[in-house]
Design a protein around this ligand. Structure first.
Ligand SMILES: *Cc1c(COP(=O)(O)O)cnc(C)c1O
Length: 392
């Protein structure tokens, strides 16, 4: 394995040297003024990435999963009803977490490869005459299937049903890579993490929290200590943390935000779209099929790709790793063995994506896939050269 090779797993993502250097810090006193001076602007600047002026950003030493747990336990009580659709491994895991917290989970089952079904959400909410549903939970980008859902459509469904439930969105694999509009979509809690679009090591749960969610906290009975929003917000007021902060990651996040803003968020989104489109051109040239059931669902951060009938996608990803030292995402859950995933988010260029496509093509050729060597690379090359953003 060469650590010069980028990873093509959909998180954790490649860490640019600039961010590795920013995190390479000796211990510092987190009660000293220079931590306070660093941390407050980080919280503030994260709001731009979430697309919120009205909300607060809360950061825990944790991962995305911890962010889900924090969202639930700060705003809900045992037995509360939540509405969620299952269409992949990550929505499935969020359901499991809610069930373990003794919530009453109303599940809309969808075929994997579909997105969050706004119409079915609207129907379920209209049928909820007594407003028993306290929260609607949506996975923005289902990383298992490479499907992006339309959160604006979910908000419209909630409004059309005239329903007052909270809206929680998992944006772990979309934030800082695809547009996210927390205020516009009136998202109450948006859950993300440090190791995907922010290009950092794993270790932070990063949440956008609305005023409505903060109000819900006052009556929410689920137990919480480590993830208590109130403790965190009170400590943040004074520039600090209720316990020891992950200092290196917070300095990393400061630099990550600087990189994102230097490139410009719109350019970051456009880059992800372009890189993803090149991958999709390659998939098409290979004669393979994406898991996403229609083009408007295509994710710009990860593509899940079915292998042909009779082939084992685990063998393909293993072969790519063992022979060429390149990691691709395996198929998760019911996709296991049937699909592999190319992560194309975070710190990535055309050149890097082309190297990934070339590597997986070699692996497919080695395993006698009915794929013409060079066909996917060529299709992506044609797309990239005709859409290139000049460096100077
Ligand atoms: C990566 C990811 C998570 C978070 O997983 P952790 O391993 O807990 O950080 C949650 N949801 C989605 C959609 C993800 O892609």
């Amino acid at each position: 394995m060469s650590d010069q090779n980028p990873v093509f797993i959909p998180g954790p993502t490649n860490i640019p040297d600039r961010l590795r250097n920013a995190m390479h810090l000796q211990t510092r006193d987190h009660r000293a003024p220079d931590f306070v001076e660093t941390f407050a602007p980080v919280l503030h600047d994260c709001k731009r990435v979430f697309g919120t002026d009205n909300g607060k950003v809360i950061i825990f030493p944790s991962t995305g999963t911890g962010g889900w747990e924090a969202a639930i336990c700060n705003t809900l009580s045992p037995g509360d009803k939540v509405l969620i659709a299952r269409y992949g491994m990550f929505s499935h895991r969020w359901i499991d977490l809610c069930e373990r917290h003794k919530l009453d989970v109303q599940i809309i089952e969808c075929a994997w490869g579909n997105g969050a079904p706004a119409e079915k959400f609207a129907d379920a909410l209209r049928a909820d005459q007594y407003n028993e549903i306290k929260a609607v939970l949506v996975t923005h980008n289902e990383t298992a299937t490479g499907v992006r859902s339309d959160i604006g459509a979910i908000r419209n469904a909630m409004d059309s049903a005239n329903h007052s439930a909270l809206l929680f969105v998992d944006c772990v694999s979309s934030l800082a890579s695809m547009p996210f509009e927390m205020d516009k979509w009136e998202v109450d809690i948006a859950v993300s993490g440090s190791q995907k679009g922010f290009m950092l090591t794993t270790g932070l749960a990063i949440l956008g929290v609305s005023q409505k969610a903060i109000t819900a906290m006052e009556t929410a009975q689920l137990p919480r200590t480590f993830f208590d929003f109130q403790d965190m917000l009170a400590a943040n007021e004074n520039g600090g943390f209720p316990y020891t902060p992950p200092l290196q990651l917070i300095f990393g996040l400061k630099e990550s935000l600087a990189m994102l803003f230097e490139e410009g968020l719109d350019n970051v989104y456009a880059r992800h779209h372009r890189l993803a489109e090149g991958v999709r051109q390659a998939v098409n040239a290979w004669g393979l099929r994406l898991c996403a059931n229609s083009p408007e669902l295509n994710s710009d951060t990860v593509s899940a790709i079915y292998v042909p009938e009779g082939f084992d996608s685990n063998q393909l990803t293993e072969h790519a790793f063992n022979t060429y030292g390149v990691s691709f995402g395996i198929g998760l859950g019911e996709m296991n063995g049937k699909a592999f995933r190319i992560g194309h988010l975070g710190s990535l260029t055309d050149v890097m994506v082309l190297s990934g496509l070339a590597s997986i093509e070699m692996a497919m050729a080695d395993l006698d896939y009915p794929v013409t060597l060079g066909s996917g690379v060529r299709a992506a090359q044609e797309y990239y050269r005709t859409t290139a953003r000049k460096f100077r």
